[in-house]
Design a protein around this ligand. Structure first.
Ligand SMILES: Cc1cc2nc3c(=O)[nH]c(=O)nc-3n(C[C@H](O)[C@H](O)[C@H](O)COP(=O)(O)O)c2cc1C
Length: 222
């Protein structure tokens, strides 16, 4: 095995206390403007913007730097139509029979249902896959440590990058996700984590009125 190599941390930018306070507060204000959007405009978005946002996600930290993710950027209207068609078939079964009552109760404030027009209206769908294992150079199969957690962090960074770029998105988790491997020609050892729907909001887009838990109920100090 090669010996570890190190390099000085030249990328770190040292800021003054006041700059740090200002930037932390400004970023919080910016992120408070983020909302999940379910009505999209078909206004086009340059592919380079989406690629940059995905590249941001791919800078995420990951367990043992194994980077257990794969992103499929979907823009083909035909592929989007196929995804919508299978997703809505599964969603209908979910809403009509599979979903426990408690789950449906929890979804009531969002008014979600089996119809998912955003899967075709939005210019881009980013399908995020988790790789829970990998093949080493010697052909051995080894686990990727903390794969789902690492992908969750990458998705958070993707959502943040999309918002920061001036677009909106929706984290969509179809109730059964296996069909995406076939539609997107992905191997079985990649499992879909979510589809991030990305684009501009529809002009008349509305978002549910939701409340955040107060900060002092989600943060404590020790
Ligand atoms: C892991 C995860 C899965 C989600 N799945 C769905 C989904 O399948 N359909 C949907 O409409 N919204 C989905 N959402 C969006 C949430 O409903 C939304 O983030 C939440 O209601 C808070 O609203 P906000 O994002 O506007 O703050 C999901 C969000 C996350 C983080």
């Amino acid at each position: 095995m090669d010996s570890p190599q190190f390099t000085p941390l030249t990328l770190h930018q040292q800021l003054s206390e006041s700059d740090m306070r200002q930037r932390a507060a400004a970023f919080l204000a910016e992120m408070r403007r983020r909302r999940s959007v379910r009505q999209f405009s078909n206004r086009p978005v340059a592919r380079e913007i989406i690629v940059d946002c995905v590249a941001t996600a791919a800078t995420a930290p990951s367990g043992a730097n194994l980077q257990p993710w794969h992103f499929v950027i979907v823009e083909s209207p035909d592929v989007k139509r196929r995804i919508r068609s299978v997703a809505e078939r599964e969603e209908r079964k979910f809403y009509e029979t599979r979903a426990p009552d408690g789950w449906l109760d929890d979804l009531t404030p969002l008014a979600t249902g089996p119809d998912k027009p955003f899967l075709e209206d939005a210019p881009f769908l980013v399908a995020v896959f988790v790789e829970s294992s990998r093949q080493t150079a010697t052909g051995e199969r080894r686990p990727n440590y903390y794969a789902r957690l690492s992908v969750g962090i990458a998705v958070g960074m993707l959502i943040t990058a999309v918002h920061y770029a001036g677009l909106v998105c929706l984290a969509y988790t179809p109730s059964r996700m296996g069909f995406l491997n076939e539609v997107l020609d992905q191997p079985d050892d990649r499992r879909l984590a979510m589809i991030l729907v990305v684009g501009h909001p529809a002009e008349d887009a509305q978002v549910p009125v939701l409340e955040r838990k107060p900060l002092d109920s989600v943060v404590s100090f020790a």
